[in-house]
Design a protein around this ligand. Structure first.
Ligand code: TSX
Ligand code: MN
Length: 639
């Protein structure tokens, strides 16, 4: 364990100057701290990491610096410290499980305070939104970026420990993986990063050959005693900044999930999407599963769903169809690139699941339930009197619960016991159906891409895209009933293209162009499908049983990947031919309604997509997308 106290005075003296400049600054404004005999641990770092650490320490002025080695003893020390500080409570019901209760105003990602920085606004948001608020990401100018930093970071870690976390997104050493270094003053973040990514000395070793890494700086902020003991934060001044041109992420004021575990949404998706375009691959908000059919053939699919569609449930699905087996590679993010044989290969850049707890049960996701009761940090769930956890949707509420705010709860209370965005943070390796190849450095071959949404009306159970451009259009036109995790509430059907709306690192129009550029000679393009498990009948009843029965849809998808002629054409694309979707044993399924394509609905849907394209993308929308919209309109009109 590398741990050292007493930051040299140089740090303090340099801090004022450092406040003026971004962390990547190689200008001479602040000479590096002289090699100091008191800090031999810094010598273990590569020069660029060392420079990043020195600049960050000079800026934030922590009392001490700790370089994380990723060891078990380090993890144990962090857990002890957090229990002392009141950040975590041990959950004696389970093996090595803990509960964190956050400040009630720090419970979710804050999209309105999440920005992408570039010289040109157009790099970040489409032309149609110039100078206005965009639904597809927020732009910040470099001067405002530096100002935001200078207003928050100088001295923000005074009296605190600054942790340095070298981490790998993806298996350590895989050619598809990328390295980051997160500096944080939150031991909760260090421990969570240890679960969600691969951290420690072995990552620093990789950097010795190739010094490229993403700089991530995180501080919880706040001054004085925190409102919630053990959960310092600064909600009014929270900000999450990304500067793709400098491979840099800066986050201040929040300890929560996507705001603070910078490898996940910030790196793997926002910066990742920029790096991916630059390097010719795809960084997507997709789960990855392996499916073995009754013939023993194994294929992999990647699937993009907006929140509240049960993505983690699908990633861990127990198929109802006999002879099928589903195995999990990842539940949230896929990094995909075509290999030299033209096969699209995917890795899960993550190492754990940061899943929404409410709704997870033995009925909806028994595999998750078999995963999360060891080595897990729960955040904002309810606690039982005997040191277990509970959340809405887990089953009957036990007596004498403590709610997520630490208050006594009973079912007569109108507030939920667990926060709707409460989470488990659990190692992927202990998932009983984790795929054998989940850490394969070359990635798994992708046969099909699924897109989906929560669509109570009008959208069939499954539709296959006619070709790649049509599939990209399906992704661009994705919509879903809104979520609890984001800052929107109520049941509105929101546009969420590729389930990436909060995660684009660059102009969405260019993102679509990048997708459109994927087909090349010699590449075997996966088929693209749109699925909707959530269609309802006139009475508001779900038309499809979902969950394990979704394996019936996957069966058809895989047969289509084999080019079996089990489809018919519709105005929307290809759907199962009559009898081709196996529904035996399901009882009454109203296939007619499940696959109906109401003309008036689709005329309005096309109008809504057009409005969205015009208002949010404008001139940056690739012309193929307008062509696809026209094809849709023509098909609907002729139906
Ligand atoms: O996760 C879900 N999936 C995907 C599973 C692999 N959920 C839960 C979504 C909340 C996050 C679903 N809910 C799914 C689904 O396929 N489908 C539904 C809708 C539904 C809910 C309850 C029933 C049926 C459908 N119950 C009965 O049919 C008895
Ligand atoms: Mn996600």
């Amino acid at each position: 364990m590398l741990h050292f106290k007493s930051v040299p005075e140089d740090y303090v003296r340099q801090s004022a100057k450092c406040a003026q400049v971004a962390l990547n600054c190689s200008r001479a404004a602040h000479a590096p701290v002289p090699r100091n005999a008191k800090l031999p641990q810094l010598a273990a770092l590569t020069p660029k990491v060392r420079a990043f650490v020195e600049r960050s320490a000079a800026l934030c002025q922590p009392e001490q610096v700790h370089i994380c080695d990723g060891s078990e003893s380090e993890a144990a020390a962090l857990l002890r410290l957090m229990q002392q500080q009141g950040t975590l409570r041990r959950l004696p019901q389970y093996d090595n499980c803990y509960l964190a209760r956050t400040d009630p105003s720090d419970v979710a990602r804050v999209e309105s305070r999440t920005f992408i920085c570039s010289e040109r606004e157009r790099d970040v948001v489409p032309a149609a939104r110039a100078g206005q608020k965009s639904a597809l990401g927020n732009y910040i100018a470099p001067s405002d970026y530096e100002k935001a930093m200078a207003e928050r970071f100088p001295g923000c870690m005074r009296g605190r420990t600054m942790y340095v976390i070298p981490f790998s997104m993806g298996p350590v050493g895989s050619p598809l993986s990328k390295i980051g270094v997160e500096i944080t003053d939150s031991p909760y973040v260090v421990y969570s990063m240890r679960v969600m990514t691969r951290i420690g000395s072995r990552v620093l070793e990789v950097l010795r050959n190739d010094e490229q890494f993403v700089r991530c700086l995180h501080a919880v902020g706040g001054s004085g005693a925190p409102a919630v003991p053990g959960w310092p934060c600064d909600p009014p001044r929270t900000i999450i900044l990304h500067k793709p041109s400098d491979n840099e992420i800066i986050s201040y004021g929040s300890g929560y999930g996507g705001n603070s575990l910078l490898g996940k949404k910030c790196f793997a998706l926002r910066l990742g999407s920029v790096i991916a375009r630059r390097e010719g691959w795809l960084a997507e908000h997709m789960l990855i599963v392996g499916i073995t059919d009754p013939q023993g053939r194994k294929r992999y699919i990647a699937a993009a769903f907006p929140s509240a569609c049960g993505k983690t449930n699908l990633a861990m699905m127990t198929p109802s169809l006999p002879g099928y087996k589903v195995e999990c590679v990842g539940d949230d993010i896929a990094w995909m690139r075509f290999d030299k044989n033209g096969v699209l290969r995917a890795i899960n850049p993550e190492n754990g699941f940061f899943g929404v707890a409410p709704g997870t049960s033995a009925a909806t996701n028994p595999i998750a339930m078999a995963t999360v009761f060891k080595n897990t940090v729960f955040t904002n769930v309810a606690e039982t009197k005997d040191g277990g956890v509970w959340w809405e949707g887990m089953g009957p509420a036990p007596e004498s619960l403590t709610d997520w705010k630490g208050q006594p709860w009973d079912s007569s209370k109108k507030t939920p016991a667990a926060h709707p965005n409460s989470r488990f943070c659990t190692p992927a390796a202990q998932c009983p159906m984790i795929d054998d190849a989940w850490e394969s450095p070359e990635g798994v071959p992708i046969s099909a891409i699924l897109l989906g949404g929560r669509r109570p009306e009008g959208v069939p159970l499954v539709v296959e895209a006619r070709d790649w451009a049509h599939g990209v259009f399906m992704g661009a036109a994705m919509r879903s009933e809104a979520t609890a995790a984001a800052e929107h509430s109520g049941k509105v059907v929101m546009h969420d293209p590729f389930a990436m709306r909060p995660f684009f690192g660059y102009n969405f129009g260019e993102y679509l162009q990048h997708w459109l550029s994927m087909p090349r000679a010699g590449r075997k393009m996966p088929k693209i499908f749109h699925v909707n498990w959530f269609r309802k009948d006139q009475q508001g009843k779900f038309l499809w049983p979902g969950f394990g029965e979704n394996s019936r849809v996957l069966d058809w998808v895989l047969r289509r990947c084999d080019e079996q002629p089990c489809h018919v054409e519709t105005p929307l694309g290809l759907v199962p031919a009559p009898g081709a979707l196996p529904v035996d044993g399901l009882g009454d399924i109203n296939m007619e309604e499940l696959f109906s394509i109401p003309k008036d609905f689709w005329i309005k849907e096309a109008d809504s997509v057009e409005k969205y394209f015009k208002e949010e993308v404008g001139d940056d929308l690739p012309k193929q997308m307008w062509e696809q919209l026209e094809i849709l309109r023509r098909n609907i009109q002729q139906s």
